[in-house]
Every structure is written in C-alpha cells, then in structure tokens.
Design a protein around this ligand. Structure first.
Ligand code: UD1
Length: 417
C-alpha cells in the first residue's frame, strides 16, 4: 500500500495550480441524471471520488466519456438501473446524492444507507424528510432506502440543520418536480451555488442559492449544458496553510478567493501576507506563525474541512490556539497522530487546546480520513527529519497529484511502497 515520505524543514516557493472542487464536481455529476442530453464539464479534478462517482453512474447506464484535461462528458440517455449499491456507497458517502435526481427522473430509486464513518454518525434523515415532503414514499429495508414517487411535487421544506449534500439532493430533485419548492435553512456553501449554476444552465429555475432560502420552480424537462466546476477552496486552503506552517512564498492559480473568507482571515491572523489578484492568491510567510483559535461552522463560517490543517499549523505556532469542532462529533483523530510528531494537544469534548512547540520531529503516522491526512502532510512539511504517512488512499480521494504539486514547490516528498 502506498505511503508518503516527507523530509520536512524546507520553505515552499513557486506556483501551484488548484484543481476543480471535489465537493462541487460530485453533485454536479449527479445533475447528469436529470436529462437525456449530454452534460459537458470542465475543470473536473482527477480524483478517486470522481472515478467512484463515474463508476456509480456508469452502473446505472450513464455514458461516461474519457476524462482528459479536466473535461468529462456524461450522458444519461436512459437509466437502466436506478440503484446505488452498498459496495459503492460505503466507499463514498456522497453516492447518496443520486437519490434525489433518480427519484425525479425515474420515479424510483434504491440507495444503500451510508452508515457511519470515521468522523461521526452522519445520518441522512434530512435528505429523506425533504423528499418525503415532496411526495416520495421511502422505506428502509435490508440497509437500503427504497424510494418511489409519481412525479415529485414542490413543497416548503424547513431543514432541521444545515446540511450540504442534503440541500444538494433536494435541489436536484426539486429541479424536475411539479410546482415550487422552497428550501429553508439551506446550506449556503459555494458548492451549492455551483450546482445551482449548472442546473440553471440546464434550464432549471432557481433563485436564492448561496442564501439560506432557495426557491426552485420545477420544470418539465432539463437540457444538456456545458459547465466549469468551481476551484477547490479546501485544496486552496490546504496549500495556503502548508505555506504558512512551513514558510515561503507561493502563488496559487485557478482559485476563487471570494469563497475563502474565513480561511484567509485566520491565515492573516497567523501572520501571513496574502494578496489577491483575479484568480490568483499570493501568500508569503516569514518566521513562525502565531497561534489562531477557531470554531467550525457552516459557510460562511470556518470550514470543518479546514480544521485539521489549522490544527497542524497551531502545533508549530507561537502561543496557544483553541479549536472547536461543531459539525462532526469525532473529527479530532489527527490529534493523536500529530502528537506522534511531538505536538502538544489536549482535547476536552469538542475543543482541542493546541500549545505551539518550537519543533516537530518526523515519525511514522497513519492517515484516518481525508482532511486528517492533509493535516499530517502540513505537519510533515515542517517536522525535522522524515515523516512517513500510511493509508494515503484517503488523500487520493480528494487531492489531485498532491505530492507532485508540493514537489513543484520545493518540498521533499515522495510516494513509496
Ligand atoms: C459535506 C462535504 C464534507 C464537509 C461537510 C460539512 C461533500 C461531498 N462533502 O458533507 O466534505 O465536511 O459537508 O461542511 O460535499 N446531518 C444530519 N442529517 C442529515 C444530514 C446531515 O444530522 O440528513 C448532520 C451530519 O451528521 C453533520 C452535519 O449535519 O453533523 C453536517 O453534515 P452535512 O453538511 O450533511 O455533511 P455532508 O453533506 O455529508
């Protein structure tokens, strides 16, 4: 199994190109289920999760073109089998995003329940509740959600909590429903906006995406379209935090700085100089960062997907930072691994208190989930000596060519067996 070997202690310098956003590409790929015409996508990242979604759609009969230069074309001329089996859903929870569009297009769907994952329970009750409000009948048997509906009907849905994929699932379903759907307490994440923009290009009538109230006038059919996937704000934030931890000067291109407000604010607080010019972000860091404290929250708050990388940053900062996780109940697994590198972290309930240390020392560590792996990479880039990160298949799910991009910035990093 592949591992990453990092020899830390070098500043980063140069230019890096950010890929398209995983969390936008996955729901947008599901939009292809809503039309028999081709959906042509640009800026699609080369990631395991994208391949998994392509495979899942392919199993249903969607024609999936080759992925080259960020392009990917999908066409669901017909859907033979509206099913997402356990084997697929267990490898990628976002598979549940097919539920809404399959119901809207085929009137039936069978989707495995995702179950828990390393970072917490992660139920899908809000997805189910919303679809039921639109007239779907959903039963759970043998670990599967069996859903049927004649044509889905528009409804006013007040979501009990802010859920990103829940909002996306309902948005996808409502696009083809009869009448108007109003989603209240909707997620405001930029990826929801990107999905709405793609749906609008296909002919959907959507207002308010990016606010907590989204209004969708269902249409009878949707057409094909061409859409460019937004830049990955979490990949951008991961590179930025790596530079701020390791020091140096890096220009990131193909970014969307307007989606990174909370992250940029915290990096400036840590002492980084950040300049934004069009689609590029330049970051410069000299000396040791200052500790920052943060609390994760739905967008536009500080992203839970950036929490682990900032913990790595705080590990080597001057001062003490408090990190509070409010979105997932078990998202501090990286703390124990960071401690293996010499970090001083104590955890009380959902708050981690991180006392910055003068130096981390390389060690063998284990990646436990996608963003936890990213935090180990950030720490490994700073630690003295060699850090060997095991189970990096987590990284391959969400970071395109991470080791090549970091090597291009002068890091000593290699994939080893
Ligand atoms: C998405 C992102 C993930 C990110 C997360 C939070 C994708 C593919 N993944 O995941 O990277 O970490 O948003 O920003 O976009 N919840 C319920 N019931 C539901 C749905 C969610 O109780 O029906 C809870 C979850 O357990 C969690 C919280 O709501 O505590 C937020 O989860 P949610 O926003 O749904 O996360 P995902 O969409 O799965």
């Amino acid at each position: 199994m592949d591992k990453l070997l990092i020899t830390g202690g070098r500043p980063l310098a140069g230019e890096v190109r950010i890929s398209g956003a995983k969390n936008a590409a996955l729901p947008i790929m599901c939009a292809a289920l809503l039309t028999d015409q081709p959906l042509a996508l640009d800026n699609v990242p080369r990631l395991m999760d994208v391949r998994t979604m392509a495979k899942l759609l392919g199993l249903m009969g969607v024609e999936v073109g080759p992925q080259a230069d960020g392009r990917l074309q999908l066409q669901a001329s017909q859907i033979k089998d509206p099913v997402a089996g356990y084997e697929m859903v267990k490898t990628m929870r976002a598979s549940v995003l097919v539920l809404g569009p399959l119901l809207a297009r085929c009137g039936r769907a069978k989707v495995s329940l995702p179950g828990g994952c390393a970072i917490g329970a992660r139920p899908v009750d809000q997805h189910v509740k919303g679809l039921q409000a639109m007239g779907a009948v959903i039963t759970v048997e043998h670990g599967y959600m069996n859903a049927t509906a004649n044509r889905l009907k528009g409804a006013r849905i007040v979501m009990d909590l802010v859920t990103v994929t829940g909002t996306e699932n309902l948005l996808l379903a409502a696009a083809l429903a009869e009448g108007t759907t109003v989603l209240e307490n909707a997620a405001r994440e930029p990826e929801v906006v990107d999905l709405a923009n793609c749906l609008k290009a296909m002919g959907a009538r959507i207002e308010g995406a990016g606010t907590d109230t989204i209004r969708i006038e269902g249409v009878g059919s949707l057409a094909g379209a061409r859409h460019r996937v937004m830049p990955d704000r979490i990949e951008t934030g991961t590179f930025l935090s790596a530079v701020v931890a390791a020091g140096g000067k890096v220009r990131l291109v193909n970014t969307a700085a307007d989606t990174l407000g909370a992250t940029l604010e915290k990096l400036r607080e840590a002492g980084a100089k950040i300049a934004i010019a069009g689609g590029a972000i330049e970051v410069e860091m000299a000396g040791r960062p200052q500790s920052v404290s943060l609390t994760t929250a739905p967008y536009p708050g500080f992203a839970t997907d950036m929490q682990a990388q900032f913990m790595a940053l705080d590990c080597v900062a001057s001062g003490t930072g408090q990190i509070t996780e409010t979105i997932f109940e078990n998202r501090f697994m990286h703390a124990q691994e960071l401690q293996r590198l010499g970090a001083d972290i104590s955890i009380q309930d959902n708050t981690a208190v991180v006392k910055g240390v003068e130096r981390l020392l390389g060690a063998n560590v284990m990646a436990t989930d996608l963003r936890a792996s990213a935090s180990l990479v950030v720490a490994g880039l700073v630690a003295q000596g060699e850090t060997l990160i095991d189970r990096i298949y987590h990284l391959d799910r969400g970071y395109e060519a991470l080791e090549h991009k970091l090597s291009g910035l002068g890091a000593k990093i290699a994939r080893v067996r």
